[in-house]
Structure formats: C-alpha cells, structure tokens
Design a binder for this molecule. Structure first.
Ligand SMILES: Nc1ncnc2c1ncn2[C@@H]1O[C@H](COP(=O)(O)OP(=O)(O)O)[C@@H](O)[C@H]1O
Ligand SMILES: [Mg+2]
Length: 343
C-alpha cells in the first residue's frame, strides 16, 4: 500500500507538484497519465526518493518516507524499485551482472546472488540472454532486464516511468504481461507512468490524470471509462470514427453500467427495429465490459424513447448531431480564446 498525501515539490519559485493525494492498494496497478511537463517524472522521483518532496507525505507500508534520512532512508529506498524509459543498463556489464548490481551493493553473498539473479532472469523470461551485453539485446529485452534489476531487492512497490515508450506492440504486450504477473503472483504494488492510453486500459486498476502538477481526475479505470463527459474517459476509450449511414439517424452509445448484458444489442433491436452498427469498441476492463459505439437507427423513432430503451440496458445514448454541436461549440470557444490578446 502506498499513500501520497498533500505532496508538493517546488524548484525555486516553480511549483511542479501542487498537492498530490493518491493511494494505491497492495497488489494493484495504478496508472498516472498526463501531458508532457505535467510533473509525472517528478512525482516518480519523489516517490523513490531521488528527490526530496517540498512538503507532504509518502507512506509505504505505514512508513512515511519523506520524513526519513540517513540509514533509514537508504533502507526504505529498497522498498521501491524503479524502471525508466531507457532501462539505463551499464553497457560493460552482462544482463546477469546488471541485475546482480543492487545485490552486490547490499553485500549479498555470491551463491545467493547467483540464485536470485537466476530466479529474476527466469521471471522476466530472459534466462537465455543472461550473458548478453545490453547492445546485444532488443529494446524490449533491455526493459525486461531493467525490470529484473528493479525487482532485485524485492521491493513492495515498483515504479515504471514510461517503460514501454518506444517499444513495438509485441514488446509492449510482453512487458505489460510481466507487470500484471508481478502484481498477481508476487503482490507487488505498481505505479505505471505513461502517456499510452492502451497501456492504461490494458493493465491498470486505477488511473489518475496529472495536469500542471495537480490530479484533475482519478478513479478505477472501468468507472472513469463509464463516465459521461470526461476528457479522461474519452481519451481512455475513444469514440471510434464512423461514416453516416444513409437514411438512418446516427447515435453514439456508451456502456454506462457495469451490468450490460452481452446480448443487449439484439434485445434493443426487438424494441427499436434495425440497428446498424457503424463503429464499435467493446472490451473488458476489470471484471466488466466497457464500450462505445456509433449506430444508425430509424430517424422516425422518438428521441426520448431511444434513450429510455437503451437506458434499460445500461447504455447511454446521444444523437451524434448533438455531440457534434457540442464539439463545434468547444472548438469555437477555443478559437475565440486563442484570438484574445494575451492578458
Ligand atoms: N530539476 C528540475 N529543476 C527545475 N525544473 C524542473 C526540474 N525537473 C523538472 N522540472 C520541471 O517540472 C515540470 C514537470 O517535469 P516532469 O516531471 O519531467 O514532467 P513529465 O514527466 O510529466 O513530462 C517541467 O516544467 C520541468 O521543466
Ligand atoms: Mg516524464
């Protein structure tokens, strides 16, 4: 369990983190997303104590890390493993030697180091690359060695700062499977910092969006996706683009409930007549499905009736034209703001 409360970090007069409250339960994966410069990496460096927070507390397993110093701080640091975007492996050392490094620093005896490194290589699926140098490994393989090194001291928390950025989809998948395995098999609490929404949907239990040093939205991934007009929701599960269907009225649908039955569409068809599916994105998040669809319906149907019928199935419905009008309006507002002279 990691609990961050009232965390601020200032560099001189610049406040980079501005009162962060975030808690992640044991064996959960939390994602932190946000634009470049939002403060994500600073948050990571405060959590692993590479940076001193300006104020606030970071509690891991009941111990406030921000209040520690000296030997206690060094001991506490071991509880937190970190993986960075470029795994930062030492070029002159083999994969196995890189993983062994934190163990050697701790003075762990040789036979024990060999055993632990072997276990770690196996856990990340890299036993066959033990004696390769970083330059002989792919980006995804280097990241796996970086994760193994991050796990060497058996931390209870693993921080991953853009660990999958720049990896191809297969390598990304392999890393994500590895992280979920760590959560499920070893009970590691994982904080994933990423700008890739697929990554969040793929593995995170909860998500927090950081903007200008503040958390502007957070919740379980499934709950956020089911929310209506939220920017994070639309980013996590974007509305698939769809052509208009001739002779039909276009509607956008969103799973609002976590109880949407797999057969809802055929049942809706019985009440509303033919439903043309123009675009759809439906997948599981947590234990329940989430989804967004664009469909075409008979234009003679009364709006209120469509909304009611779909609501009965846990699905929110809006005529696409209404959404488009809102989007246009927002764009107009943005243009107007941009046109204003700077204050
Ligand atoms: N050591 C530092 N000194 C001064 N400003 C910093 C320092 N580190 C980061 N910043 C500033 O803090 C802000 C957030 O940076 P960062 O945490 O790297 O964002 P992100 O990882 O979300 O892209 C940026 O405006 C950056 O310039
Ligand atoms: Mg960063």
């Amino acid at each position: 369990m990691i609990e961050i409360s009232g965390l601020t970090k200032a560099y001189g007069d610049t406040l980079v983190l501005d009162g962060i409250d975030l808690s992640v339960a044991d064996a959960q994966i939390a994602a932190v997303v946000g634009p470049s410069g939002a403060g994500k990496s600073t948050l990571a460096r405060c959590i692993n104590l590479l940076e001193r927070p300006t104020s606030g507390s970071i509690t891991v397993r009941g111990q406030d890390l921000a209040a520690l110093s000296g030997r206690d701080l060094r001991l506490a640091r071991r509880q937190i493993g970190t993986v960075f975007q470029s795994a930062n492996l030492l070029r002159r050392l083999t994969a196995a030697q890189n993983i062994a490094l934190p163990l050697r620093h701790q003075g762990v005896p040789d036979p024990e180091v060999r055993r632990r490194v072997g276990d770690l290589l196996e856990r990340v699926g890299m036993l066959h690359r033990a004696n390769h140098y970083p330059s002989q490994l792919s980006g995804g393989q280097r990241q796996r060695i970086g994760i193994a090194r991050g796990l060497a001291l058996q931390p209870s928390v693993l921080l991953s700062d853009e660990a999958t950025s720049g990896l191809d989809p297969d390598a990304t998948r392999a890393i994500l499977d590895l992280l979920t395995g760590l959560r499920d098999d070893l009970g590691v609490t994982i904080l994933v910092i990423t700008h890739e929404m697929d990554v969040v949907r793929g593995i995170a239990d909860q998500v927090a969006q950081l903007d200008h040093g503040r958390i502007v939205e957070q919740g379980s991934v499934a709950d956020v996706v089911r929310r209506s007009d939220s920017a994070l929701s639309r980013a996590l599960l974007p509305m698939p683009p769809a052509p208009d269907a001739e002779g039909l009225r276009t509607w956008t649908l969103r799973y609002r409930s976590d109880q949407v039955a797999p057969t809802w569409l055929s049942r809706v068809g019985r009440d509303l007549g033919e439903v043309a599916v123009l675009a759809a994105l439906v997948e599981r998040s947590g234990d329940a499905p989430v989804g967004r669809l664009t469909v075409g319906l008979d234009p003679r149907l009364e709006e209120r009736r469509v909304v009611e019928v779909l609501a009965d199935h846990g699905v929110a419905a809006e005529p696409a034209t209404a959404l488009r009008a809102v989007a246009d309006e927002r764009q107009d507002e943005r243009r107007a703001r941009q046109a204003e002279p700077a204050a």
